[in-house]
Design a protein around this ligand. Structure first.
Ligand SMILES: [Fe+2]
Length: 356
């Protein structure tokens, strides 16, 4: 019987940018007049957010936020080094990258034997040419190995458990992995010592009914009134149960597998009730407390509407990990840190759940 390592982290693209550029989204909201009068100046914001903005438009907070988060990443990387998996299965959202108008599955396992990363491709598209903290060329491309046999085992475990998974041997629409996977691998190698483990990208339509309309959630255009909404993504329960179906099968396999959930918690740009300015702190603290306590099952029956109301759409990427840990009877995480930020779009969590 092989072992399974559980990891969770964020793929917040902003960490790639210089400190002064990390609050660019909020600076743009201040400049474009989209905030309501009650929030249209920093002195009107909640006190912790005002403090983060400080006298330098958030630059000092950005540095602290990144440093704290990267310390957490070091815990995750150390766990990976210790565990030395045969494959790393990453649950991440597709934000209008491979899931586009021609085909939108609820989830899809990419079973290729080789993938390319272009870690700065999306950051450049979204944030402009502001450079990256490593000073690497914007067109950097990195080749990584896939794990098609492990991908097939994941797919077969799902099929045998009543799921109908999609899979693809090629990436549609782009020949490099989407931001969730690219950023995850980039951050887990933030010290640039190299990445050596084969990867199975498991993409989830975490943006659900908004995927096509908002092209990955980067604008908040509401659904056209009077139209039938686009179909939703999978539910938290479905994603949780997927993890619960996969984990026992992999635990019985000959492979040592790391299961990695990648997503920030609530995203400001998805949190309508906060005028898209800051994330849902209360809900994130509750989800983190459940996770830290090992109450994995607590997430299973949260409704998709509750996730979306809290801007926690991407927590669907975490649900398979929690389902897996629940199915394996894992105790609480060995490490589970919450990195709050009102200003940097989202709260982040890093967790390490090692084999017992
Ligand atoms: Fe994402």
């Amino acid at each position: 019987m092989a072992e399974i390592l559980g990891l969770g982290l964020s793929h917040f693209g902003g960490f790639m940018f210089p400190d002064e550029a990390m609050a660019a989204r909020v600076a743009a909201q201040l400049a474009d007049g989209s905030l309501p009068p009650a929030l249209d100046r920093p002195d009107k914001w909640p006190a912790p957010m005002r403090d983060e903005w400080g006298g330098d438009a958030g630059a000092a907070h950005a540095a602290r936020h990144r440093a704290a988060y990267f310390d957490g990443l070091d815990r995750g990387r150390a766990a990976l080094e210790d565990f030395d998996p045969d494959a790393v299965v990453i649950f991440g959202d597709d934000q209008y990258e491979c899931f586009r108008e021609d085909l939108v599955p609820p989830y899809c396992v990419f079973a290729g034997d080789r993938f390319a990363l272009r870690p700065f491709a999306r950051a450049r598209a979204v944030g402009g040419e502001s450079g990256n903290i490593w000073g690497e060329p914007a067109d950097t491309e990195i080749a990584i190995r896939g794990a098609p046999d492990v991908a097939r085992a994941v797919l077969n475990a799902l099929s045998e458990s009543g799921f109908d998974p999609a899979y693809s041997l090629r990436l549609p629409h782009q020949d490099f992995l989407g931001h969730a996977f690219a950023n995850t691998l980039t951050y887990l190698d933030h010290r640039r010592t190299g990445w050596r483990w084969p990867v199975v990208p498991f993409a989830i339509n975490a943006y659900g009914a908004a995927l096509i309309r908002a092209k990955g959630g980067l604008d908040a255009t509401p659904q056209t009134l009077g139209c039938e909404p686009d179909p939703p993504g999978p539910t938290p329960a479905r994603c949780f149960d997927m993890g619960a179906a996969i984990a026992p099968r992999l635990a019985e396999s000959r492979w040592r597998v790391a299961l990695v959930a990648t997503a920030s918690f609530s995203h400001a740009f998805l949190t309508a009730k906060n005028h898209y300015l800051y994330p849902d702190m209360k809900s994130d603290r509750a989800r983190h407390a459940e996770l830290a306590a090992g109450a994995y099952r607590a997430w299973r029956d949260i409704s998709l509407a509750a996730f979306e109301e809290a801007g926690e759409h991407e927590l669907l990427n975490w649900c398979p990990l929690l389902g897996a840990m629940d199915a394996l009877g894992r105790p609480p995480p060995a490490f589970c840190a919450l990195y709050e930020s009102w200003l940097m779009n989202s709260n982040k969590v890093v967790t390490v759940i090692p084999p017992v």
